[in-house]
Design a protein around this ligand. Structure first.
Ligand SMILES: *Cc1c(COP(=O)(O)O)cnc(C)c1O
Length: 391
């Protein structure tokens, strides 16, 4: 069987990165085959370790993040796991904010603990006082700002400074803001992580994560670990992600504009207890967010007064345009009901109530507002009925 042909690559010039699939990469002779391991970081030795398509995406992400190197991974969670496993050794400690992405916390508390690494949560709004929690055993310090679900904003520059002063590797899950809103590497963080499944993919059909760094040694450690763990990303998925990145600035701007207007509407309703988004002036992280960020995601939390399960069900049943589902950051608006108090230390500032996380997509604002108004009305009606019966 003859190998695949690329008849005239110079004559076919499209605007997209070509999709180059491969497991096997072939070599001209004995010497180049035997030297293939030297091509792990650049060049090509085996499809799992890099294709022209994945390298192109990694170069683009490194540039967007303001770093020198990036690596793409099969998911955002894989990126968190890989970064951690590349840095820590048995006996080390990892610190992470209590507001961090739930499955990452499960990785820290489960697999990582079993490997003899102690994972310790800290209050996300700790700021420079994190220094008091750093000792010689702390090897890695994670941040996530704003936090998953509860949207606490962290003082990333201060926390990164404290880590650097002790030679601790710092990493930030920057999925909410993305490189468009905040670039962790510019603020002293060693590893900038993104779940590309969210804003970059943007259409609810891609799962991928990335890590960006500006230190070659750290990059090589990440790549070495990815190799022995067998992490790789298909060329097709990389091309899909590149396509997503091209429209990402416009999509984010639009979804934030719509979200801002919906937040204003929701704030005017007496049956909304609180909106969790750092743009809201009474949000505890508002000042830091304004200081550090250049934009916002249309993803926020909505806290409604306590009501029974039937009331919540009735509210969600009113959704026509907004779909019930996990994940966020895409063209489709999503709502995820959930209790942020689970798996957390007590959150004293968060009152009891119905909690929904909303991700605003690209649909017509009037349709989204209709859904939210109908849902709140349904809950209010149901609450009135039950309190009458109870009374
Ligand atoms: C979704 C998400 C992840 C994980 O990404 P996956 O690609 O779904 O594994 C990590 N961090 C944050 C903040 C996320 O929202």
């Amino acid at each position: 069987m003859a190998p695949g042909r690329d008849p005239d690559p110079a004559a076919f010039r499209s605007l997209t990165t070509p999709i180059r699939r491969a497991s096997t990469v072939v070599f001209d002779d004995l010497d180049s085959f035997e030297a293939r391991a030297s091509r792990l970081y650049d060049g090509y030795s085996y499809g799992l370790y890099g294709t022209p398509t994945s390298r192109a995406l990694e170069e683009r992400i490194a540039a967007l993040e303001g770093g020198s190197r990036a690596i793409v991974l099969p998911s955002g969670l894989a990126a968190i796991a890989l970064a951690t496993l590349s840095v820590v050794r048995c006996g080390d400690r990892v610190l992470f904010p209590d507001s961090m992405y739930g499955p990452a916390k499960e990785f820290f508390g489960g697999l990582l603990e079993r490997l003899g690494v102690e994972a310790i949560p800290y209050p996300p709004e700790i700021g420079e006082a994190i220094a008091e929690r750093l000792d010689d055993r702390v090897r890695m310090l994670w941040m996530e700002s704003p936090g998953s679900q509860t949207f606490e904003v962290q003082d990333v520059p201060a926390i990164a400074r404290a880590a650097k002063a002790r030679g601790i590797v710092s990493a930030a899950d920057n999925t909410w803001a993305s490189h468009l809103g905040f670039r962790p590497l510019d603020h002293g963080v060693d590893i900038a992580m993104q779940a590309l499944s969210k804003h970059a993919g943007g259409h609810g059909d891609l799962v991928m994560g990335s890590l960006a760094v500006s230190d070659e040694t750290l990059f090589r450690r990440l790549k070495d670990s990815a190799r022995v763990l067998g992490y790789g990303v298909s060329a097709d998925d990389c091309a899909l992600c590149e396509r997503g990145l091209m429209t990402m600035p416009l999509r984010l701007r639009h979804s934030w504009a719509t979200a801002r207007s919906l937040i204003a509407y929701l704030s005017s309703r007496p049956d909304v207890l609180r909106i969790l988004h750092p743009s809201v002036p009474d949000h505890p992280g508002h000042a830091i967010w304004r200081r550090d960020h250049r934009g916002a995601a249309g993803v926020f939390g909505l806290l409604l007064p306590p009501a029974d399960r039937e009331a919540q069900r009735a509210g969600l049943a009113e959704m026509r345009t907004i779909k019930i589902g996990a994940s966020w950051g895409g063209v489709h608006s999503l709502i995820a009901p959930g209790d942020p108090r689970r798996n957390r230390a007590p959150i004293p500032w968060l009152p009891e109530g119905i909690y929904w996380r909303l991700s605003i997509g690209l649909e017509d604002e009037a349709d989204l507002r209709r859904d939210l108004a109908a849902a709140l009305d349904a809950i209010r009606t149901r609450r009135r009925t039950t309190s009458k019966i109870a009374g």
